[in-house]
Design a protein around this ligand. Structure first.
Ligand code: SF4
Length: 68
């Protein structure tokens, strides 16, 4: 199981504005901000058996579900 290798504490990882380097449409993530990611850093890992064959085999493990 792949995990984040950095501190994903939202109060320290979330930027005040969105990250212009990372576009994202996952609008149920705490880091989502108007079609951009607002995390300082994200971690992407292969899913499943750990050998990605396409982009669909990758996963943003920094994702944190919004409360609402
Ligand atoms: S942490 Fe991942 S899923 Fe969440 S907004 Fe950023 S790129 Fe998207």
């Amino acid at each position: 199981m792949h995990k984040n290798t950095f501190n994903n504490d939202i109060s320290s990882n979330k930027m005040h504005a969105h990250n212009h380097s990372i576009k994202c449409n996952v609008n149920t993530c705490t880091y989502y901000d108007n079609d951009y990611c607002s995390a300082n850093v994200i971690q992407v890992n292969p899913m499943g058996d750990g050998i990605a064959q396409s982009s669909e085999g990758t996963c943003c493990t920094t994702f944190v579900k919004t409360n609402s």
